[in-house]
Design a binder for this molecule. Sequence first.
Ligand SMILES: [Zn+2]
Length: 129
Amino acid sequence: MSGLRTLWRTGIMGRCPACGQTSMFSGFYDMHERCAVCDTRFAPSSGDWLGATAIGYGVGAVLAIALALVEVVWGPIQRLHLDPMWTIAAVSLTVTVVSYRWSKSVWFALLYEWGFMAQGDEPPGPTAS
Ligand SMILES: [Zn+2]
């Protein structure tokens, strides 16, 4: 159950996965390099952004497919006299951009659960002993 708690605390609330005392974010998208309370490093290596971006695009893609299905079945966008293609593209892009913060925090919650974060100057990664 600790994994679920981390997902909630870090993935939804954007808080430090280790202590939950402070926010991981210094701005809307910008993250602190390490926790001010427990010194956990949030970004062990540069490739970690990839997963967050992948989740973000995934959310946008799922939404686009869902909207397309709704449009095909009920046609609500055409009833508003809007172009379905551009409406779906614009809505998905907006949601992807807005949800990127949550994509990022969910991804970093997972990284923490998988042991990719280290405290202080310890080397990160589950293979480090
Ligand atoms: Zn902390």
